[in-house]
Design a protein around this ligand. Structure first.
Ligand SMILES: Cc1cc2nc3c(=O)[nH]c(=O)nc-3n(C[C@H](O)[C@H](O)[C@H](O)COP(=O)(O)OP(=O)(O)OC[C@H]3O[C@@H](n4cnc5c(N)ncnc54)[C@H](O)[C@@H]3O)c2cc1C
Length: 389
């Protein structure tokens, strides 16, 4: 069936973006802001249906690679300006991130990363047990060696962030169509020529895949196999408690992380290594056990607190922990912004901006070469050791 009339899909677009999560919307908004016209965003579900509506909202510049540190420094600046610029409250609370080290080796790794962060102008410090207890008196630090502390990191509420971008897109004339599943990416002579959905076909010379964990499924439609794969990650939230916890506390060893939302809930998760790869957004009892035990060990006063909600989403994992962005050699006109692991939410504000500059003005070439899919064929794998969850 092909719809006609208001709300119908256009027959052609200059750019089609597949995925109406934070990455697709940030990209669409930045392209429109740069003067691009006829942009269409398509999402098979609703705006917060993917990982963008299922994450912990953590926003930090503590990373082990210079690229991530510098990008996130800029992304945090965009986050702190977002509410004023987009006229929506995103509850951005800069309570810091506290990464715990339970071994000397981990402490040394955190120190090496902190040095890179300081070189980039961040105030990150490695602190001892006494100082950790000053920041979070409720933590059991008996088995903690040290921690990496940046008071400028923070947490946002993910949903209004997505809605803010969606509204700003609409104001700039971007057409956002939810419940519109892309079932085919069309090519002519090897070049992208459009997309097909159950609501009709859109002809377009430019298609950007921002489909998060579903991105490999999309590129397979044109015979491109991505090295990334979906991996379920679970998260939960407790009853609201009187505000007491300032930072997000993270432990890279078991992937435990937790923070207190502006509503008072303790929101957090933990790695669950037995989860097989594949799109799966179901909740499990195993996760609750793993998380509850680790949380009560880290902060015994939370042992009695009631968990109210549990949900899951998918990380988009790449083998080297770095994203897949830019053009795809095999299919001219097809672009990618995917593979953002468990940190695509915080990266989206800056990545949308840089993608628009790269695509339209040829800027930021080094980044879009570094993170291009072709690095796998060329054996140029990267690294990032501060991936949480
Ligand atoms: C439990 C959990 C905790 C996380 N915590 C954090 C955190 O604290 N900080 C952080 O920065 N990141 C975090 N992340 C990661 C972050 O949520 C993602 O990296 C980010 O949201 C990815 O955004 P996206 O727009 O690329 O993908 P998504 O938000 O997943 O959007 C992709 C969209 O594509 C749509 N789609 C898929 N296939 C099709 C199709 N065929 N046609 C049309 N549409 C399609 C989907 O419906 C979906 O809405 C977390 C993730 C999870 C699961």
């Amino acid at each position: 069936m092909v719809e006609r009339g208001p709300g119908a899909l256009p027959e052609r677009a200059d750019t089609v973006i597949i995925g109406g999560g934070i990455m697709g919307l940030s990209t669409a908004w930045n392209l429109a802001l740069a003067g691009e016209k006829n942009i269409v965003v398509l999402d098979r579900t609703y705006l917060c249906g993917g990982a963008s509506g299922r994450n912990g909202g953590g926003v930090r510049a503590q990373w082990s690679s210079e690229t991530n540190i510098r990008l996130m420094k800029r992304s945090i600046a965009l986050c702190s300006d977002f509410a004023t610029r987009m006229r929506i409250n995103v509850w951005f609370r800069r309570g810091g991130y506290l990464f715990l080290a339970r071994t000397d080796e981990r402490a040394r790794q955190l120190e090496a990363s902190a040095e890179l962060q300081r070189d980039a102008g961040l105030p990150t410090r490695i602190i001892d047990r006494a100082e950790i207890r000053e920041i979070v008196p409720e933590l059991d630090v008996s088995r903690v060696v040290a921690a990496s502390w940046n008071p400028d990191d923070g947490v946002v509420f993910p949903w209004p962030f997505v809605w803010g971008y969606a509204r700003a897109c609409a104001q700039l004339g971007v057409a956002v169509h939810t419940h519109t599943d892309v079932t085919e990416i069309e090519t002519v002579g090897g070049r992208v020529s459009g997309v097909v959905t159950p609501r009709g076909r859109i002809a377009s010379p430019r298609v950007v895949v921002c489909a998060g964990a579903w991105s490999p499924e999309l590129t397979r439609m044109v015979g491109v196999t991505l090295p990334s794969h979906p991996h379920r990650h679970e998260i939960c939230s407790t009853e609201p408690l009187k505000p007491f916890l300032r930072p997000l506390v993270g432990d890279l060893a078991d992937g435990l992380y937790f923070s207190q939302s502006m509503r008072g809930e303790i929101v957090g998760g933990i790695s669950n290594p037995v989860v097989p790869s594949g799109v799966d957004q179901e909740s499990s009892l195993r996760f609750l056990g793993l998380y509850a035990r680790a949380l009560a060990r880290a902060m015994p006063v939370l042992g009695e607190v009631k968990i109210l909600r549990q949900w899951a989403g998918c990380y988009d994992l790449t083998p080297d922990g770095n994203p897949l962005v830019g053009d795809i050699d095999a299919v001219p006109g097809l672009y990618l912004l995917s593979g953002f692991m468990g940190h695509g939410f915080m990266m989206a504000p800056i990545m949308g901006e840089l993608f628009a500059r790269w695509l339209l003005h040829g800027e930021e070439r080094a980044l879009f070469e570094r993170w291009n899919l072709r690095r796998y064929a060329e054996g140029r794998l990267l690294s990032e050791s501060m991936i949480l969850g």
